[in-house]
Design a protein around this ligand. Structure first.
Ligand SMILES: NC(=O)c1ccc[n+]([C@@H]2O[C@H](COP(=O)([O-])OP(=O)(O)OC[C@H]3O[C@@H](n4cnc5c(N)ncnc54)[C@H](OP(=O)(O)O)[C@@H]3O)[C@@H](O)[C@H]2O)c1
Length: 268
């Protein structure tokens, strides 16, 4: 992509880069010539990916084995990034626990809030300030199609993603004036470790490939405040925003998620 490296380089920080959508971000940003800081808990996987990308794309990489649920997670990230110019922050690491709300433990609820909301907030505060001083940069927050509605059996997850979506839209406006682009990436079901082991065969859409999700995001960055990858998911997003009432949406997702939830219960 023309000028991508100038606008969002020289370094990108990707959280949750050890698998799924985060790994796909790493590969496509390396192909754009960005140097990468890869963060997640499984450092061995990050190191293997970093080595592969260094060899293939002749970029520089750094890896950080870090648990973003740890209270002081910013410290190890600062140690590695303080001397680097991070032009792109990808807040991708996330946690989804499917359960009925009353069966969701408070520990699971607060972990989803901490990983899906608190960690991106801490990272955005830290890195957006630096980007604003440079007058350029980008932040991609990986939210979800589920951000647009109440979602039974994923109530907390959907609420955390709604927070990310709405915050991203506001920041898109506020930070644009400082040269920083913000995007909420709102994928529907995507093939990854997160969706492994669930039965979604009754869903009206097939699972997306992480590569497609990331391609859509990189095309939309700087142009839109939010994007939904995939035609069927975009249609669902359109229906939920423009056509159906909030109750209709929640009923529809209650039925769809309810089936997956029932199958999960039967399997255990
Ligand atoms: N898959 C979908 O259908 C879908 C749909 C919409 C949105 N999303 C969102 O997409 C993002 C990426 O998910 P994915 O589908 O690619 O799932 P994934 O393959 O499970 O990836 C999740 C990533 O987050 C990292 N992570 C999890 N807990 C962490 C922690 N405590 N500290 C640091 N890193 C942690 C994991 O690495 P480690 O285990 O090595 O720490 C992993 O790299 C998430 O925000 C998810 O909510 C996914």
């Amino acid at each position: 992509m023309k000028n991508f490296k100038n606008k969002y380089g020289p370094w990108a920080l990707i959280t949750g880069a050890s698998s799924g959508i985060g790994e796909a971000f790493a590969i496509q940003l390396a192909a754009e010539g960005l140097n990468l800081v890869l963060a997640a808990r499984r450092k061995d996987r990050l190191e293997a990916l970093a080595q592969k990308l260094e060899n293939q794309f002749h970029i520089e990489t750094k890896t950080i084995g870090v648990d973003l649920l740890h209270q002081d997670f910013l410290e190890p990230i600062k140690q590695v990034t303080d001397d680097l110019q991070i032009g792109l922050l990808v807040n991708n690491a996330g946690l989804w626990k499917m359960n009925s709300y009353m069966e969701t433990s408070l520990e699971d609820e607060f972990n989803m809030i901490d990983l899906n909301i608190k960690a991106p907030s801490i990272l955005t505060h830290h890195f957006a300030k630096k980007m604003m001083r440079k007058g350029k940069g980008g932040i991609i927050n990986v939210a979800s199609l589920l951000a647009y509605m109440g979602v039974p059996y994923s109530a907390v997850y959907a609420a955390t993603k709604a927070y990310e979506l709405v915050k991203s839209e506001s920041l898109w406006y506020e930070l644009k004036q400082h040269g920083v682009d913000v995007l909420s990436l709102n994928p529907g079901l995507t093939e990854s470790e997160m969706t492994n082991g669930f039965d979604f065969s009754h869903m009206p859409m097939s699972l997306l490939k992480p590569e497609k999700v990331v391609r859509t995001a990189l095309k939309a960055l700087g142009k839109k405040s939010q994007v939904i990858p995939g035609g069927m998911n975009r249609l669902l997003g359109f229906l939920s925003k423009r056509v159906m009432s909030r109750e209709m949406n929640t009923r529809m997702f209650g039925m769809l998620m309810g089936k997956t939830y029932d199958k999960l219960q039967q399997a255990h």
